[in-house]
Design a protein around this ligand. Sequence first.
Ligand code: AGP
Length: 618
Amino acid sequence: MCGIIGYVGPGVSDRPLRVAREALARLQYRGYDSAGIAVANSDGLSFIKRAGKLSVLEEALAADPLPPASAAIGHTRWATHGGPTDANAHPQLSYDGAVAVVHNGILENHQVLRQELIEAGIEFQSETDSEAAAHLLARAYAELGDLPEAMRAVARRLEGTFTLLAVAQDNPRLVVGARRTSPLVVGLGEGENFLGSDVAAFVAQTDRALELGQDQVVTITADAVEVTGFDGRPVRAREFRVDWDASAAVKGGFATFMEKEIHDQPTAVRDTLLGRLTPTGHLQLDELRIDESVLRSVDKIVVIACGTAAYAGHVAKYAIEHWCRVPVEVELAHEFRYRDPVVTSKTLVVAISQSGETMDTIMAVRHAREQGARVLSVVNTMGSTIARESDAALYTHAGPEVAVASTKAFLAQIAATYLLGLYLAQLRGTMFPDEVRAVLRELEQMPAKIERVIGGGDAIRELAASMKDVESVLFLGRHVGYPVAMEGALKLKELAYIHAEGFAAGELKHGPIALIDQGQAVFVVVPSPRGRDVLHDKVLSNIQEVRARGARTLVVAEEGDQAAAAHADQVFWVPQTPTLLAPLVAVVPLQMFACAVATVKGLDVDQPRNLAKSVTVE
Ligand code: AGP
């Protein structure tokens, strides 16, 4: 989820640098842990790159300006492989300095390529997967003498997702790009052309753009654009007009980052799952630096987190206990530290955090380590404090989450903890390899299922409009539906400022049912009727109990579950999904509902009152 810009213009001037700087400023929301720019002129390539926010790069550029040029490429990074350091920042230079490359995505086969290049005598300067692409491109360019052809040859060897841009030391008149799955779009100017990870990169310069398809290579010069497949066959790209202003462009055309990030969820889950399987079909969590023998000896897992991250931990509890047969406790980080928990060297503490900077969770991590526990963090922000202070980190690849209320990070955290559970089950032998692979195959289908649920927004928006003045909403769920209910309540509280409570459906008759009065809105997350049918029937009974007392039942149920629909005032269908994976789709209608109610109430969806994106104080 990095920001990328490419530019070629007429003659030699400081415009390439200006265009690149302006683009990176707009693209910061796509990644901001490091940034860099390379420019090309007849003297060759010059570049500056720095870890830290864009302001650090700007200071470096002010102190040591890049020369006038005819072409430029630029990059704001959201680290996935290798922390935010100057060396890991992009552009990545090839071993011979012949080409500079910027990359967005995850190269699944980068370890294999890296090994091949090291054996060829190439010394790597960074920890990134992207550097391997730079070296490969230089070798192909030296052999073929044509940068577009070299890019096509390299693109055919890469696995995973990528947008690559390259500029060559000996040819400052063109920039070449390649894309597979990661975004890339062409901006058409007068005597100049642009490439961007999205239209925000060049919307201030032109409103004419070309859409690029999958597995395509694009070459831009000042007055021409050529698009081919990876096989070299010419492709006609569709031109479109960018009718977004700069602000809308940064949000991908959505009115809010929240909506954009809800729509980004399939990609966030897909990217979190990418590159975790070895060629032999075994899970590899290469960031884990905890010895396998230690993981085998773990006799308890304690998840520590806050807010939405804690609800992801609750989902993880059901999955990891089922797959690994190890007890999993889920603790609010701010409670864990003060209750004198029983923690030993055989305890694995899993700290879940999007920001990696939540002070409550940092302090809990420190406390756990003081007690001798191993700490593994599931974080979205590489190089963050929690990641640095853990024994190991498993990264969610959700990209920067700008909206204060967490959505895509939540789904990515759930996906990452599923991977952790399957990895531990594989390691401890509590699941056969074919069982692990069966769950992974189901997981790989989840992005498409999430996409389908997101497509059902009209009914949710209608419901939201009818409920904008409601004063209280209850959310019920059982099993993995219970943390989904709690997360749905939290979303409504923090976005629409409506009192909401999520609780275990079985708890209803132990008190909360007294809350049910005529018209009380109750969301119910119904488990799959194909899974543990006893769970399904129990929840149907709960729906009938509240409906009999006047509740308005809003049911999230699996497609085809007519038994659930029979007791619902309104049903939000989700695709058929294995019980343990259901939270990845069941929470989406609840996220969309909270966002829609906040929108219809005219509230600040991205920055709700009283909240901060990262709670860095205790
Ligand atoms: C999420 O919607 C909330 N804004 C909040 O609960 C958040 O999940 C919590 O503060 C933890 O943040 P972290 O994941 O960055 O540690």
